[in-house]
Design a protein around this ligand. Structure first.
Ligand SMILES: [Zn+2]
Length: 226
């Protein structure tokens, strides 16, 4: 609470340590930026995100920018994105991440990006899709197209408890819908979400894309919560 008030009064404070930012710093001071809990997953095959997604959908590579740690800087950043609508911060994080993954992305021929969509009602309530904004930053940094409008979310929530496995699969598989298959055809798409925990959301979105379009998928997220 106190931190929120501080940031309203002094927007040029580091989101993590509250130190005043110098002109060249944005959102985080240099020290906090250097100390971000980066996974460096893009440098390692068989990293934790890839292991989470193995056998669920076919993909080339999977990587997350940051580790999620309770009460840590990642949680503070995500809070800022989710509850304070800081769209610019999401784009900025995407730009930082693009600089990290540029070589990997180029080596693997990633040539388009798609953010896991929010349902229209959720989008209206929240004002923006943080995964989309993060994807925008990555697209800009990698100089590739953001083709997120090719996929839509048909259902707002996926309450799946009390359903059988088959029903659940049916339910999951109809959450997303590819509306412009032709623009994704033959591309290597980086599918982006905000946080990967169980990987269920990115799996169902990826399933729908693979089912409809002849393309290759890689996976990325802002944070990975083991
Ligand atoms: Zn700081």
């Amino acid at each position: 609470m106190l931190q929120h008030i501080l940031h309203l009064l002094y927007p040029n404070l580091c989101l993590n340590c509250n130190k005043s930012l110098v002109q060249t710093e944005r959102y985080l001071c240099l020290l906090c930026q250097l100390n971000l809990p980066e996974t460096n997953d893009h440098l390692t095959k068989e990293n934790s995100v890839e292991k989470t997604m193995w056998g669920r959908i076919p993909f080339e590579r999977a990587f997350s920018f940051l580790y999620f740690n309770q009460k840590g800087v990642t949680q503070r950043l995500l809070h800022e994105l989710k509850y304070r609508g800081n769209e610019e911060l999401a784009v900025y994080l995407g730009e930082i991440y693009a600089a990290r993954i540029k070589q990997t992305a180029q080596n693997h021929g990633i040539d388009a990006i798609v953010a896991v969509p929010l349902h229209a009602s959720r989008l209206k309530k929240r004002g923006y899709n943080q995964s989309f904004a993060f994807a925008e930053g990555i697209a800009k940094g990698l100089e590739i197209e953001n083709l997120s409008s090719a996929v839509e979310r048909r259902k707002a929530t996926d309450t799946q408890t009390k359903k059988s496995r088959a029903e659940r699969w049916k339910n999951v598989s109809s959450i997303f819908c590819v509306t412009q298959a032709e623009v994704l055809q033959q591309k290597h798409i980086l599918l982006v979400d905000d946080v990967i925990t169980t990987g269920a959301t990115i799996e169902s979105c990826g399933q729908e894309i693979i089912k409809t379009v002849d393309c290759t998928l890689s996976i990325a997220s802002i944070a990975f919560a083991a």
